[in-house]
Design a protein around this ligand. Structure first.
Ligand code: ADP
Ligand code: MG
Length: 309
C-alpha cells in the first residue's frame, strides 16, 4: 500500500478471520542500527529516519491510543530481520493522492477533512500528551475509498482546466460522502510533559527551563502542519515551496507565503484568516487546538461536517 525508505506497508488478511483485512507495516531491522543523531533534521532530510528506539516508541505510543480518527495498532511482533506493525486497514489511501486527483477541495469538503484531523489532534494533545510531529497529506488516510458523485465547481487556476470535470467529493461520513479520515504514522511522535498537571511524565520539578519551554511549544508544531495541510487542501499546492532546500528553509523560517491569485481569489476571507493564524511564526501566538475549534470557519454552517465524526 505504501513504501517508505525503511518500511513497506502491505495489505493482508488475517487467516484466522479475527481481524479480516489489515495493513502490515514491515520495518527492516538491519537498517535501524545507526547511532547518528539527526534529531535536529526535518523528517524528510533524515539520512536514517528509523532507529530501533523509534520503532518501539511508535508502538508504545500507538498502543495507548483509541480514537475514530487515528489508525489503530492491532498487534506488534518481530522476527530476526523485521518488525511488524499490524494496523487497521485504510483502503481509501492517502489524502495526498486525493488532492492530486481532485486538484483542490471545496471549502466544505476541506472543512470536513481538517476537522477530523483536528479531532485527532485534540485527543492526542489534550488527553494523551502526544505530539505527532509528522502531520502531512501522506500520513492522513481515508477509511474507505472516496466516492465522486458530482462535478467539480470550477477551475481555480489556468492549469486546473483539464481536471475541471473530474468531479467533487461530498463531505459527510455516510453514503455519498468522502468518509472518515485517520491519522497514521506515529514514527516521529513523542510524549510531552504537561506542565500544568505534571502528567504523563511525572517529575517536572527537576526539568530544565529550556526543556519545559520546548515541550510547551511542541504541540504547536502540529498546528503549523495542520495549517499547511489546510492551505494545500483549499488551493491544491503547499504554502511553502522552492526547489532549493536552503531557500525553502528560509521561506519557512520567515513564514513567507501568500494567498496566491487567482487560486485564492474565490476562497473565503474566513478560511484565509484561519490559515494565517495557523501559519504564524511565533508559536506563542499561533492558534492552539482550542482556538482552532472555536474559529467561525471551523464551526461553519454545514451540519454534516460539524456533526462528524
Ligand atoms: P513511513 O514511516 O515509512 O512514512 P507510514 O506509516 O507513513 O510509514 O506508511 C507509509 C505509507 O503506507 C503511508 O503513507 C500510506 O500510503 C501507507 N499506509 C500506512 N498505513 C496504512 C494503513 N493502515 N492502511 C492503508 N495504507 C497505509
Ligand atoms: Mg509516513
Amino acid at each position: 500500500m505504501g513504501d517508505g525508505a525503511f518500511s513497506n506497508v502491505y495489505r493482508a488478511r488475517d487467516v484466522r478471520g479475527e481481524y479480516g483485512e489489515v495493513a502490515i507495516k514491515v520495518v527492516r531491522k538491519y537498517e535501524l542500527n545507526s547511532s547518528q543523531n539527526d534529531d535536529h533534521l526535518h523528517p524528510d532530510f533524515k539520512k536514517v529516519p528509523k532507529t530501533r528506539s523509534n520503532i518501539l516508541k511508535e508502538v508504545q505510543i500507538m498502543r495507548g491510543l483509541n480514537h475514530p480518527n487515528i489508525v489503530s495498532l492491532i498487534s506488534f511482533s518481530e522476527s530476526r530481520n523485521y518488525y511488524y506493525l499490524v494496523l487497521e486497514l485504510c483502503p481509501g489511501g492517502e489524502l495526498f493522492h486525493q488532492i492530486v486527483r481532485l486538484t483542490y477541495f471545496s471549502e466544505n469538503l476541506g472543512r470536513h477533512v481538517i476537522v477530523q484531523v483536528a479531532e485527532a489532534l485534540r485527543y492526542l494533545h489534550e488527553e494523551k500528551g502526544v505530539v505527532h510531529r509528522d502531520i502531512k497529506p501522506e500520513n492522513l488516510l481515508f477509511e474507505s475509498i472516496p466516492f465522486i458523485p458530482t462535478k467539480n465547481p470550477k477551475p481555480r487556476g489556468p492549469e486546473d482546466e483539464d481536471k475541471a470535470d473530474e468531479g467533487e467529493f461530498l463531505p459527510g461520513i455516510g453514503a455519498g460522502g468522502i468518509g472518515r479520515i485517520k491519522v497514521a504514522d506515529f514514527g516521529l511522535s513523542k510524549i510531552v510533559w504537561d506542565t500544568q498537571t505534571m502528567t504523563p511524565c511525572g517529575t517536572v520539578g527537576y526539568t530544565a527551563p529550556e526543556i519545559v519551554k520546548d515541550e510547551r511549544y511542541s504541540k504547536s508544531v502540529d498546528m503549523w502542519a495542520m495549517g499547511c495541510v489546510l492551505y494545500t487542501l483549499l488551493c491544491g499546492f503547499p504554502p511553502f515551496y522552492d526547489e532549493s532546500i536552503s531557500v525553502l528553509t528560509e521561506k519557512v523560517a520567515k513564514g513567507q507565503y501568500t494567498f496566491l491569485s487567482p487560486w485564492w481569489d474565490d476562497i473565503s476571507k474566513s478560511a484565509q484568516d484561519l490559515v494565517s493564524h495557523l501559519l504564524t511564526v511565533d508559536p506563542e501566538k499561533r492558534y492552539t487546538i482550542q482556538e482552532f475549534m472555536a474559529h467561525p470557519w471551523v464551526r461553519g454552517t454545514d451540519e454534516e461536517t460539524t456533526a462528524a465524526p
